[in-house]
Design a binder for this molecule. Sequence first.
Ligand SMILES: Nc1ncnc2c1ncn2[C@@H]1O[C@H](COP(=O)(O)OP(=O)(O)O)[C@@H](O)[C@H]1O
Ligand SMILES: [Mg+2]
Length: 316
Amino acid sequence: MTDGSFRASDVTKSYDDGKTFANDRLTLHVEPGEVYGLLGPNGAGKTTLVKQAIGLLKPDSGTISLGPHDLIDDPDAARQLCSYLPQAQMPINSFKAHEAIKITGMIRGGSAAAVATRRDELIDALDIGEWRDTLGTKLSGGVKRLVGFAMVAVWPGRLVILDEPTNDVDPLRRRLLWDQVRRLGDEGVAVFLVTHNVLEAEKSVDRLAIIDEGRIFAEGTPSSLKLADRGRLRLQLMLVPRSATPELPAFVEDHTRVRNNLIAVIPEAEAAHGIGWAQELMGSGIAEEYALGATTLEDVYVRLTGDIAAKEPASS
Ligand SMILES: Nc1ncnc2c1ncn2[C@@H]1O[C@H](COP(=O)(O)OP(=O)(O)O)[C@@H](O)[C@H]1O
Ligand SMILES: [Mg+2]
């Protein structure tokens, strides 16, 4: 078999007569066996790229291919070679969960026996046995998404595209789901994963790109993207609800506040001062909790996407 990598080259897609660039010369590749994450905030252009890869949308320009197949000119190949979990829920209303999984596997070309075995493994691995005989209409959003994932993973194509696979899924089963995403990669599938959940993705992806406003701003392995943050720590403070952001000591290099959460980035050498400051804030009733730890991919992500937002106001 020839090279089976998934490649998007210079993919551009605009809306509103060229006023909004949902994708702006996007270029990336995913190799067989690799889990690749496309991470970005809402509206960054992730789903637009996915829809073009599976033939639901045509790009204005650029190419998308899987091995020797041009997925834009050959939507039949796209359907045969790619498995897709949409961000919008799968329509499985009139089937029981176990039927929906088995039927999709057989439509994709698996034998009844092999598909049934793999289905049962997946039902176990995702811990959804309770809903095995439940009709699609009766499933909650999170369970429906897990069933949707099992429908994709039961007999995957060479490329598996997952668009926000953990939406609505409870925290325990999210972990089970990420393990199965990893397993797809380990079995040789090229996994293209689209998500805004940076922290979860960090543990499962081999490489990732950070996308905003249709463009890729950073790409690499999770650790290579964190390199610039070496020597820095994140001090996370849980502030008392609705309190003002306290004055920041000079050693704080960067900070973000999301609701009650204040995250300050400080140099490693200032760890003791950081803890002292956090304890003061707790003593004076401004903070309720704190934690000091290594910077995460989310910190990198916030810094990069924050920089982007700061550099390019929406009006320009
Ligand atoms: N059918 C459409 N018509 C006009 N604009 C659209 C359409 N679909 C998406 N967009 C715009 O394209 C941008 C990217 O959207 P999308 O790819 O859905 O982002 P994401 O999946 O990263 O949240 C957004 O600004 C969105 O408003
Ligand atoms: Mg989307």
